[in-house]
Design a protein around this ligand. Structure first.
Ligand code: ATP
Ligand code: MG
Length: 572
């Protein structure tokens, strides 16, 4: 490819609306452009990277024995009614009617479509197991699309669905996919961690997420310093340091305008850990949709929303409104667990807690000397607190938990029969009886990966693509306009093309400064500089993106560049 013909509009300045570095660099380097909220164009360089990521994913999925197919983006509502998700899936599901008033949606995921397909073709256990996957565009009408490709509304996902005759067979394929994901993320040159994950409202047994480690990650993940336990905080098991309160009788204390944990603790001269935080939530979805509940944790802890949602059997929870607080007999800023007309959930770590300060459910008043087991009747104890750095590991009981931020790039689930049953994915088992297929599903955020790689692979001058992902592996940069430079550049360019390298020839009439800047910004791993000076000395400069330099004669330049490229690949 000649740079002079390339459609790659680069920007000198950082776009104001791009908050994270991957979004900034992908825009600046001309890889993507925004079409509308959460929807992007992939420009030629961007598409090349996306295809390279897809190729690695595809190769490893094929190697693992999965088969590629392609399903439609438009899905009929009947499928979703059959699975029971038409009414459950929130506004992220983009629904519409066609000219015949027929209701459809844009696929956010494909369990329904694959189950419909397989249910029609599956007859016997002899056809099982099988794992079918696609690399395809998804649409989710995300409430807050952001960070460019990281959280789009339209995005590319690799989604795979496996079908089995029994749970043991599924467990085996789950391990196969786990290992496959590890290989994929290693080949993409990423620092990542697999963590135990909440399986959402889907149910099923095992579930792991794969996170790229990055400070800009939206997820908080935790791992043990001693054993191999790692989990998303949405489900992490850990024990807080023990805290000894002072036993005392219950009494009221005036706390004028003091409602935050810190203010109350300072005013009553106690530690923040002596204060009981009581938050009022509304359940969304699930069997208790709309139910108001109180959740209590220590003042130094936070309620983990997903843990609370699971504890109360909801899909999600949201903080209740001031009116809802009044309806259960409390007011904003002074909620406490005694006397509420709603279910009260208390974190298990507080079972034996004494001497706590809590809201008295009336203005400017708290209670002191609260003893959980003595004073609160009918409360339900559940794991509600979010794990914190320094907690003791909930698995080995020895190590301490460490925190990091992650970008979720993959998620694998043991689904069991949650979809196969309502969607009637049946087969004849070995005993000749009709049986429901057991399923697994396995997703990878292909377009999100492009952003995640940039989060880890960049410097002040731009993107530093791993060789396998780079849009071009080598840039031949012509300096000046001399006939000699152009002829020599063409020779090097063609030799490299013949060697099967993805090479771009920067033949533009731009200054050397601009050419070097663009080669760095777009992250091309190797730059060969062809100018009069180098030609006169018969010593052309070959530079890696990260600044290692070598010289080679015009005759040797191809071989030297290929060797350097191979070395770079080794390092990735
Ligand atoms: P998240 O928690 O980030 O919203 P999710 O758990 O809803 O993701 P899954 O249903 O597990 O996502 O989808 C599989 C993969 O698709 C995710 O691991 C992620 O990498 C990717 N993905 C999900 N939502 C988006 C999005 N809005 N934009 C880009 N990639 C996404
Ligand atoms: Mg997920």
């Amino acid at each position: 490819m000649r740079y002079s013909k390339l459609f790659s509009p680069t920007l000198r300045d950082t776009p104001a609306d791009a908050e994270v570095v991957s979004h900034q660099l992908l825009l600046r380097a001309g890889f993507i452009r925004r079409v509308t909220s959460g929807v992007y164009d992939y420009l030629p360089l961007g598409l090349r990277v996306l295809r390279n990521i897809e190729a690695i994913v595809r190769e490893e999925m094929n190697r693992a024995g999965a088969q590629e197919l392609l399903m439609p983006m438009v899905q009929p509502s009947e499928f979703w009614q059959k699975s029971g998700r038409w009414d459950k899936y929130g506004p992220e599901l983009l629904r519409f009617k066609d000219r015949h008033e027929h209701e459809s949606c844009l696929g956010p995921t494909h369990e329904e479509v694959i189950c419909d397909l397989v249910s029609r073709e599956l007859k016997s256990y002899k056809q099982l197991p099988m794992n079918l996957y696609q690399i395809q565009t998804k649409f989710r009408d995300e409430i807050r699309p952001r960070f460019g490709l990281m959280r789009g509304r339209e995005f590319v996902m690799k989604d795979a669905y496996s079908f089995h005759a029994n749970a043991e067979c599924l467990a085996k394929e789950y391990q196969n996919m786990f290992a496959t994901y590890q290989r994929i993320f290693k080949r993409l040159g990423l620092k990542f961690r697999a963590v135990e994950a909440d399986n959402g409202s889907i149910g099923g047994s095992a579930s792991h997420e794969f996170h790229v480690l990055a400070d800009s990650g939206e997820d908080l993940i935790t791992h043990c310093s001693a054993c191999d336990y790692a989990a998303n905080v949405e489900k992490a098991l850990s024990t807080p340091p023990t805290y000894q309160g002072h036993n005392a009788g219950l009494s009221d204390a005036s706390t004028p305008n003091k409602s935050s944990v810190e203010d109350v603790a300072a005013y009553l001269k106690v530690q923040p850990a002596d204060v009981l935080k009581t938050l009022i939530y509304t359940a969304i979805g699930g069997d208790n949709d709309g139910q108001i509940v109180a959740a209590c944790v220590r003042g130094t802890d936070n309620v983990q929303d997903i843990k609370l949602a699971r504890a109360i059997g909801a899909d999600e929870v949201e903080l209740a409104s001031a009116e809802q607080l009044l309806s259960i007999g409390t007011i904003t800023g002074f909620a406490g667990p005694i006397g509420l007309s709603c279910p009260v959930y208390v974190d298990t770590s507080l079972q034996d807690a004494v001497g706590l300060v809590a809201g008295a459910n009336k203005k400017d008043t708290h209670i002191t000397g609260l003893n959980i087991s003595r004073d609160i009747q009918g409360a339900t104890f559940a794991d509600l607190r979010e794990a914190q750095a320094g907690d003791t590991c909930g698995k080995c009981g020895k190590g301490t938990m460490e925190m990091s931020r992650g970008i979720e790039v993959g998620h694998i689930f043991e689904l069991g029969t949650v979809y196969a049953k309502p969607m009637q994915v049946l087969f004849q088992n070995e005993q000749g009886k009709r049986d429901v297929a057991t399923m697994g599903c396995y997703g990878i955020g292909v377009s999100r990966l492009m952003a995640a790689v940039v989060e880890q692979c960049h410097d002040d001058n731009g993107i530093v693509w791993p060789v396998n992902l780079a849009p071009f592996q080598i840039s031949v940069i012509t300096l000046g306009k001399s006939e000699a430079a152009i002829t020599a550049s063409a020779k090097v360019y063609n030799e490299l093309l013949d060697a099967g390298v993805e090479v771009i020839w920067d033949d533009r009439k731009e200054s050397p400064g601009i050419k070097f800047k663009d080669a760095e910004l777009t992250g091309i791993p190797l730059h060969i500089v062809v100018g009069d000076r180098g030609l006169n000395n018969n010593a052309l400069e070959i530079k890696t993106r990260t600044g290692n330099k070598q010289e080679a004669s015009l005759e040797q330049v191809r071989d030297t560049a290929l060797r350097m490229l191979a070395e770079l690949k080794e390092q990735d």
